[in-house]
Design a protein around this ligand. Sequence first.
Ligand code: ZN
Ligand code: ZN
Length: 302
Amino acid sequence: MRLTFLGTGSAWSLPEIGCNCLICNHMRKKKEVRLRTALYLESRENLLIDCGPDIVQQWWANGLRTVDAVLITHEHGDHYLGLDELVALRRSTAPEKWRPISAYATAEAWETIELRFAYLFEKTLKKELAIPGEALAGMRTKVIPFKTYHGPMASGSVGYVIEEEGKRLAYTSDLVHVEAQVEILRHPDVLVIQSHWLNEPQVNRPSLLSLQRALPMIRAWEPKEMVYLVHISDADPVTGDSANEALKKVAPADPLKDPQTAIPYPIPTCQMEWQETAERAFKDNSIHIPVQVAYDGLQVEI
Ligand SMILES: [Zn+2]
Ligand SMILES: [Zn+2]
């Protein structure tokens, strides 16, 4: 399978419009951008995991050609608001050659998504159900959704395990924990996991995964080849940033720290610092698996 990370940012992408925090300012200076998190996967079929509001830009930036199926992880706008853009693919295809794109989401997620996009079902999308624990019907690629917990405002959230050519990829949605079927997450070849915050905040109101909270999950699931981190945000408060208060950045509960000096890790503000910090966190927590902080446009073959 070939993976293209179309976007690796959080709900409003990074740098955030209007945001004057040190993280966003540093990214602007380095001309780094993280669009809304989405993944393109090429195997026997071409799959799009999530289709957020940046899909047109992501399509052109990565030279995408076709989509056979869309796997929606949950009913938050940053993961599905781009579905309407797929109408353009139908418009540019001869009618006799066009087949609606299969779109998978859980019944709970469809309750929200359908309110907005039911009109797409007629010609552009074929509404399909993702049932946790069951392989998706109507696909040649083996894809099994698993239930994740992402707070009361996203009761339909799932991740997906994709098996193809003897490789297994586990892709988590936004989450704070996995609710059931944890067994199918054991020993994937590759794990793509959310790393919204570096440190677990005192109060995790948006129900998103910190790298700190992800570490025991990664240790338990034991991915074999590589861990990719996605859905990076600017939500960790940087010490001394005058924007912390205005942005209501939440203090960490017990930040990740150097085991020798007990000094908390500096908050990463760009790709290079995120990569250094992730490697350090894995090493200091005795997780001997390579980690790559994904960036927009990263392509890998697994
Ligand atoms: Zn910011
Ligand atoms: Zn979400």
